[in-house]
Design a protein around this ligand. Structure first.
Ligand SMILES: Nc1nc2c(ncn2[C@@H]2O[C@H](COP(=O)(O)OP(=O)(O)O)[C@@H](O)[C@H]2O)c(=O)[nH]1
Ligand SMILES: [Mg+2]
Length: 176
């Protein structure tokens, strides 16, 4: 795609515990399908996609990370210039929900301007984190909240579109 197709170039990050579905969401968004096998993310990797919204376009560089211990080895350069992040937990994994506070602190340390909370794996029958708990956590931290399954490509696209709009709107108001 050539440069005329987008006016914005945004760097986004995934945060959250291991195995909550960060890589799956990224692959679904950027490639249109979930990985067929589980492959642990080692270190960091990124992918990109041009998202059309309203009459505009944004190239989103989506950074994925292993989460957990390895994440702590990341140097500041990985995070530099990050416009926003999706903080993910899995609704069938209480530990991943309990870990959120830690990532909120990390996002603040790294000065990530916008973070959305995403409860993934709603297709799983063994839910242990209720929607109301996710909503309350998001409200307490002034975040937008979504629940999805990584298999639901259009729900994922909607989250990225909303995040992109909000980032672009904030940039515009800064330029005023
Ligand atoms: N049922 C279900 N499984 C999922 C979903 N998202 C991811 N998974 C599975 O959860 C495991 C971990 O996913 P992955 O994307 O690698 O998680 P990551 O460690 O956060 O990157 C894999 O086996 C995925 O297939 C989902 O929405 N529903
Ligand atoms: Mg991964």
């Amino acid at each position: 795609m050539d440069n005329k197709d987008y006016q914005y170039y945004l760097k986004l990050f995934f945060m959250g515990a291991s195995r909550v579905g960060k890589t799956s969401i990224k692959e679904m968004f950027c490639k249109g399908n979930m990985p067929s096998d589980y492959l642990e993310t080692l270190g960091v990797e990124y992918d990109s996609k041009v998202l059309k919204f309203d009459d505009k376009g944004a190239k989103l560089i989506v950074w994925d990370s292993s989460g957990g211990k390895r994440q702590e080895m990341f140097t500041a350069q990985y995070w530099k210039g990050t416009h926003g992040a999706l903080l993910v937990y899995a609704v069938n994994d209480r530990d991943s929900f309990n870990a959120l506070e830690k990532y909120i602190k990390e996002a603040a340390d790294k000065k990530i301007p916008i973070v959305y909370l995403v409860g993934n794996k709603i297709d799983e029958s063994k839910r242990v984190v209720e929607t109301s708990e996710g909503q309350k956590f998001a409200d307490d931290h002034q975040m937008k909240f979504f629940e999805i399954s990584a298999q639901d490509g259009s729900a994922i696209e909607n989250i990225f579109a909303e995040l992109t709009r909000e980032i672009v709107k904030n940039q515009a108001s800064k330029d005023d």
